[in-house]
Design a binder for this molecule. Structure first.
Ligand code: TRP
Length: 459
């Protein structure tokens, strides 16, 4: 509280807030992962469960993060120190710091692949190839140390360049350009996909539920993914919340970001499945869905080259605005809690994360392919999978659990109310509902997912 007279950097407009926060949420999770897990877990029924998780758990946790950050006016670690001084709550922020580090390490690898595919699409690298050869192209990329690490370095340099510019003149400025671009591209791809002859089957797959495909595992995956997709559980939204102006309506902002993220995930499914079904390729292809299945589809489409370029550019843009928000968690912490300048903090964290990231990037190459690390409940995993499993199954659920418990039980109710109602100037008829979700519903649901994920209970 001592440097309150120094103006903190922050977002300058409502549009900037939405662009940045939705930019964080909308990422590889929406366009790469959501379609492939929807494919694996059976389509519309899975989507329904996902929507319930978003509404009952995702939304209240996002509002909780915004509330903590804006109340404290600080980074993810500093926020807990300010709001609960002298308690171990700041460890929640620390866990977020570790999560940011591990997620960005492997996220940068996949983002690097998307850049490689932008170039492949432009140069026509997969045009006219047989399905097997297209699969081979992806295999060649991820097993090539030079290509995979090279693209990762390019991606991390761009991410760091934006973050170095600051909140208003870096993150907000680029989000306001990139997010509208993303929206335009995805709409074009949607229109193309649903007007393909034979698209109906893909649309049915997405919107007509078949509950027989649903099982406990699908429910757990849906909740875990709701967390990842909304950028929750590691303090991204605490950090961004601290940049939201005091006059903005936090509940409304959380709702808008949640809706935007969900609509883009559905739009990504709508861009992909009609084409997948129209050309008779396998919808449950897993992680290779966008890198192997889609180039096959583009090859069969009229003007496929254009669709490929648009699709992989979309993927790269989505990855960039998300990576920015992950790096910002680390940079905000270092520049506020240590004597480092923002400039130096960005350099130091980007280099450190990229260093770990290179180990992740080498996981599918012969360099580190044979090196595995044990993780309780998961056996022994290569670096990439280890970082992914550690964050998805341990750090994010625990982070989300402690964040909702903090707002539900630790913060004084009148402070929570003052923050979400802007000191009584905004109507919050839903506050009772929000507090029940934050106190009871979200913690219990997250705890179940966590215990199942690490193998302590088996559903
Ligand atoms: N939400 C992003 C996606 O869907 C990824 C992401 C950004 C993220 N920040 C995060 C995930 C914080 C978990 C926590 O791709």
């Amino acid at each position: 509280m001592d440097n309150n007279n120094v103006q903190r950097d922050g977002f300058s407009s409502k549009l900037g807030i939405i662009a940045a926060a939705a930019g964080s949420a909308i990422g590889l999770g929406n366009i790469w992962k959501f379609p492939y897990i929807t494919g694996i877990y059976g389509g519309a029924a899975f989507i329904l469960v996902y929507l319930v998780c978003i509404a009952l758990i995702g939304l209240p946790v996002m509002l909780s993060e915004f509330t903590i950050g804006r109340r404290a006016q600080a980074n993810a670690v500093g926020s807990f120190k300010k709001l609960a001084p002298g308690t171990p709550w700041f460890l929640t922020g620390w866990m977020g710091f570790v999560a940011a580090f591990s997620i960005l390490s492997f996220y940068g690898v996949v983002a690097g692949w998307t850049l490689d595919y932008v170039v492949k699409a432009i140069t026509g690298a997969y045009v006219g190839l047989e399905p097997d050869a297209i699969g081979g192209l992806f295999g060649a990329l991820i097993s090539s140390p030079v290509a995979t690490v090279g693209w990762q370095l390019v991606f991390m340099a761009v991410t760091a360049g934006v973050v170095m510019g600051g909140v208003k003149d870096g993150i907000e400025k680029y989000s306001k350009i990139l997010m509208p671009l993303l929206l335009v591209i995805i709409l074009i791809l949607d229109i193309r996909a649903v007007t393909l002859p034979g698209a109906g089957e893909g649309v049915n797959f997405l919107f007509k539920p078949d509950f027989s495909a649903l099982n406990a595992e699908a429910v757990l995956v849906a909740l875990g993914h709701a967390f990842f997709s909304l950028s929750l559980g590691m303090g991204t939204m605490i950090t961004y919340g601290s940049y939201i102006g005091k006059k903005e309506n936090l509940g409304e902002t959380a709702l808008q970001v949640t809706i935007a993220d969900t609509l883009i995930a559905l739009a990504a499914g709508l861009a992909i499945f009609p084409a997948v079904f129209a050309f008779g390729v396998e919808p449950a292809a897993g992680p290779g869905l966008v890198f192997i299945t889609l180039p096959n589809v583009f090859n069969q489409m009229a003007g496929g080259m254009i669709w490929g370029i648009l699709f992989f550019s979309l993927l790269a843009i989505a990855a960039l605005t998300s990576a920015i928000s992950i790096l910002e968690v680390v940079v905000a912490y270092l520049s506020e809690e240590t004597s480092m300048s923002r400039h130096k903090a960005t350099l130091v964290s980007a280099v450190a994360i990229t260093f770990v990231g290179v180990l992740a990037g080498l996981s599918y190459t012969s360099v580190l392919g044979g090196v595995t690390i044990p993780l309780p409940g998961f056996g022994s995993l290569v670096v990439f999978d280890w970082l992914d499993a550690l964050s998805a199954n341990y750090l994010l659920p625990l982070g989300g659990l402690f964040i909702s418990l903090f707002v539900g039980w630790k913060m004084v109710r009148k402070d929570v109310e003052a923050e979400v109602s802007n000191d009584g100037t905004v109507k919050i008829g839903w506050i009772g509902m929000f507090l029940i979700l934050a106190k009871v519903v979200a913690p219990i649901a997250i705890a179940i997912v966590f215990l199942n994920g690490v193998g302590i209970i088996k559903l």
